[in-house]
Design a protein around this ligand. Sequence first.
Ligand code: AMP
Length: 117
Amino acid sequence: MNHGGDTIFGKIIRKEIPAQIVYETERVLAFRDINPVAPVHILVIPKKPIESVATAVGTDAEVLGELMLAAAEVARGEGLEPGGYRVVTNIGTDGGQTVFHLHLHVIGGRPMSWPPG
Ligand code: AMP
């Protein structure tokens, strides 16, 4: 099993630094964002150190599917389903990505606008 790459999220996967973990399977981990932008802000990540969806490959398809299902499961667990919520992944500098380990942001608990800035 892969135990994460050389990012802050790799350290969280390896439990070298603390995080508020809300969901964990063999291949996926979800924890609260340290700087939440909404009442609920959870990051869902693969334990495999994929940089972003842009660098994912065909053999990652199963874990990418698991990530989406985990995001929905986490949102359900946080009580976000009635009002709805947002799942977003930032890619590269223009996309606003700051941690280069693929993550889905699950954001909810307040109304959101579109398009993002
Ligand atoms: P992005 O800008 O899409 O790459 O998102 C990275 C996210 O990781 C940001 O929302 C940060 O607040 C969050 N973050 C960075 N370090 C940590 C950490 N140690 N624990 C939890 N969330 C973190």
